[in-house]
Design a protein around this ligand. Structure first.
Ligand code: SAM
Length: 232
């Protein structure tokens, strides 16, 4: 169910086209990392360019634009793009949002200060992930940052929710749980992120977060890496 660019259309057909997951509020970890990394620089009125890959309903985009970034985004789903444009307009803000596959970025080399992947790159097979991260490296300025949120192999859904293995640590067609209906899902290892995908970046910080539910269901709810890396 991929379109001609390779984007998995399940996000459009099963999720945003049905009115699901059109979030209004930014993800709290995006807010706290961005404010920690750029809060001082916002005060100096320096113009910084940010790109969000797979911005969904535009919830993080609105936050980034409000804080003064010159804000760009690329998203595969038309319905999500439409909703995000509306959110930006209703908030009296500006952002350049386009529909497209982020494995090919229509921006010039050395253009962005920051690229954010808040759980979007993981929705792809490893060859697309590798191509996307090469593109991220190309469009970042020297020293520009890539802030990425990637699910880890410890995520409970990987083995418990009936996904079919389609590639290395990559699943599709989950029968239940948070990935049901969303399509291709890749789970990362620490080694793979550091030595393979981000080998041309300098890692500034990397964290592994794990949330285990105890009641009502005793199982891992989610596990993910938060990594901030700069272009060497
Ligand atoms: C889990 S949602 C995250 C949305 C948003 N970043 C957030 O934090 O709320 C993943 C998003 O990535 C988009 N996406 C996945 N693969 C893509 C690709 N190859 N090109 C463009 N968008 C993609 C999906 O359509 C979806 O909107």
């Amino acid at each position: 169910m991929s379109d001609s660019s390779g984007f998995d259309r399940k996000w459009e057909e099963n999720i945003y086209g049905q009115g699901f997951q059109l979030n209004k509020y930014p993800i709290s970890d995006v807010v706290s990392y961005v404010m920690r990394l750029y809060g001082q620089r916002f005060r100096s009125k320096e113009v910084l360019r940010v790109l969000e890959l797979g911005f969904g309903g535009g919830n993080n985009i609105v936050f980034l634009a409000r804080e003064g970034f010159k804000t760009y985004g690329i998203e595969g789903s038309h319905s999500a793009h439409e909703f995000a444009l509306k959110q930006v307009k209703e908030n009296g803000l500006e952002a350049e949002l386009i529909v497209g596959n982020f494995a090919k970025l229509p921006y010039r080399d050395d253009f962005f200060d920051l690229v954010i992947d808040r759980e979007a790159v993981y929705c792809n097979v490893p060859s697309t992930i590798q191509q996307t991260i090469k593109e991220v490296h190309r469009v970042l300025k020297h020293g520009g940052r890539f802030l990425t949120f990637m699910y880890s192999l410890e995520h409970g859904s990987r083995l418990l929710d009936g996904g079919k293995l389609v590639d290395s640590n990559t699943y599709d067609d989950f029968e239940q749980g948070c990935f049901a209906g969303t399509g291709v899902t890749h789970f990362f290892s620490e080694e793979e992120i550091i030595r393979y995908y981000l080998k041309d970046f300098e890692i500034e910080f990397m964290k592994h977060l794990r949330v285990d539910s105890l009641i009502p269901n005793e199982r891992n709810e989610y596990a993910e890496y938060h990594t901030c890396a700069s272009k060497k």
